[in-house]
Design a binder for this molecule. Sequence first.
Ligand code: 0X9
Ligand code: ZN
Length: 413
Amino acid sequence: MRTAAVIALLGLVALASATDYHRYKVVSVVPRNAEDATVVRRAVAALQLEQWTDPRAPGLPVDVMVPPKLVQGFLNGLRIRGIPNSVKINDVQALIDEQMATQRSANPNPRKFDHTSYHTLDQIYSILDAVESDFSDMVSTYTAGTTYEGRPIRAVKISSGSGDNKEVVWIDCGIHAREWIAPATCQWIMDKLTSGYGSDSEVTELLDSYDFHIMPSVNPDGYTFTHNSNRLWRKNRVPYGSLGCHGTDPNRNFDSDFGGPGTSNSPCSDIYHGPSAFSEAESQAVRDSVQALASQMKVFFTIHSYSQLWMTPYGYTSSLPANYDDQYRVSGVGVNALTAVHGTRFQYGNIADTIYPAAGGSSDWAYDSAGVQMAFALELRDTGNFGFLLPADQIVPVGEETWAGIVAAIKAI
Ligand code: 0X9
Ligand code: ZN
């Protein structure tokens, strides 16, 4: 009885310290032209609203989260100017609570893949340990770096062992902490590869030709923070001086036009590029692992959410890489195969035009500096109905369609 009371109390304390999004709404705004876009940008800045997505192009939605006391004013402002909008999420906290509830019943130290709920970092790592011992001839894990808060950044090599020096497929997930479907998809893929070898002919064929290196949670500190404190945290958790702000965006910290367009030099910004290129453990871990495999690396995938996009370099410029046509062709094959599974539509093309200019990203670095000829950044489901809070019952269909896209792309290269 006593213990139960203490646990209940601890639960309350944990809840009380978490950032609360009670009655926050996510409004999808569709600027019709540059003028509308300026109005929206000014309102977001003046009201200090958080954007879930950034402006892409006139006619495409920008998702903005609005606290309850600003909702009326924000919506009125849009209505007066005739800027089209719709409320996509009515109560952000209600969705968070729903998601957390499905997790509470999960085994704290799972020994098997389970795609019915999202997992904490500890659960992901305990699955990695179990898989490594259950499939010891095929799976080896390694630590690619250590975060500011002391957590290992782990990766898995999955190899059928038939032949040395096979070409490598790289897949990393979760460089942005709140994009939970990304680590879940990396886990789905690890499950597919380990359970499918010898029984699924496609998997067997692939593993006989390629080694897979998968980093399921590039940003363990940020990811843990989204479980314990703020579900919508994006960056890592390194503290920055007098301002009291935390976090560099690891996907602005690579040495690919570091500090260029779509980055910020303010540590309080969600797109803070960090003090210098590769100042962060997360970007270092990806850099070091990819560099070590660079001569064998056939393709690099980095998995994000959301918006349903399949993107090729570059993010730092609208100029196109020398082999753009080929990367574009492979993207098209990947997207068609992905869509064929559940009808999910993706757009594809170079980062700067498909989403927005963003320098210092990992896939640009993989192409430019590591010399990987095929470097893709994927934004998984959805297009904003749930956004970062994609329900866990979509983990399996997202795994299925993403895998189909990846397989088709590998075969098309
Ligand atoms: O802005 C980003 O880092 C990615 N979008 S997200 O909404 N998941 O944050 C896009 C990454 C594109 N890749 C590069 N900029 N290299
Ligand atoms: Zn992201």
